[in-house]
Design a protein around this ligand. Structure first.
Ligand SMILES: [Zn+2]
Ligand SMILES: [Zn+2]
Length: 245
């Protein structure tokens, strides 16, 4: 750890062993160029990974545009329903992400992909000298209960922010999105009034089917899209709902 991290003491020991983020100790933590001088520190390096593009060589252009007077890293505590605290990270008062301490107890919740989970399970085996068979269970399944709770939370708590159409130009005309019909396996022209899910997935390096100008018309034909060509998260949509999305 760098001198700043040792001095600020972001982590505090817990009663039953292990560490948690010390939410009483959050103080300003430095600008991008200051973080760069502490690139040897594992915590500062993680914070840099949230602020930067190009593998850490450039401050994200949107953050670079922020008034230099307020540029700098700040922290806030993010409390999960389980009581666990994550270290929320802001740069120039813009939330850029959060750091989470992985333990054998939260690993299967925090990481859905089996490969990194296995790797960390091996690491835990070395640290704690104990096996954690539950880390090997489960797949990349979508947690429908969680998605439902997001929808309820949005309807019930976010108020006008999410649920009022407002009187702005943004909603004056209908937006005609193109959705994927997961029953007919094709694209459909829809209206923004329809209910649909938006999923995002990391493209990564795997070759997956794309809709581009050259094939978009073909993809409007029924059964023109092969579900096996899409990431697991997207194909799981079959189980959620028959409506287009
Ligand atoms: Zn540090
Ligand atoms: Zn909302």
């Amino acid at each position: 750890m760098c001198r700043v991290c040792r001095h600020v003491k972001l982590l505090k020991p817990m009663d039953g062993g292990g560490f948690t983020w010390d939410s009483n100790k959050f103080s300003p933590f430095g600008t991008y160029s200051q973080l760069l001088t502490r690139n040897h520190c594992s915590i500062c390096r993680l914070i840099l990974s949230l602020d930067t593009v190009d593998g850490g060589h450039t401050l994200h252009p949107r953050l670079a545009q922020i008034d230099r007077e307020i540029q700098g890293t700040q922290f806030h505590a993010q409390l999960l329903p389980s009581g666990e605290v994550m270290l929320g990270v802001e740069y120039g008062m813009t939330t850029v992400g959060a750091l989470r301490l992985l333990t054998p107890d939260n690993l299967s919740d925090a990481l859905r992909q089996p490969c990194p989970r296995l790797a960390l399970g091996t690491l835990f085996l070395n640290i704690y000298n104990k096996r954690y068979p539950h880390l090997l269970e489960g797949d990349q399944r979508v947690d429908f209960g969680k998605i439902r709770s997001w929808l309820y939370e949005c309807n019930g708590i976010h108020g006008e922010l999410c649920n009022s159409l407002g009187n702005t130009q943004r909603y004056a005309s209908e937006i005609p999105p193109i959705l994927i019909d997961v029953q007919d396996n094709c694209l459909v022209q829809a209206a923004s009034a329809e209910k649909y899910f938006t999923l995002s997935s990391v493209w990564g390096k795997v070759k997956i089917s794309q809709t581009i100008n050259a094939n978009i018309q073909d993809h409007f034909q029924k059964s023109s899209m092969d579900p096996s060509q899409y990431p697991n998260t997207n194909t799981r949509r079959y189980d959620i709902s028959p409506i287009p999305w």
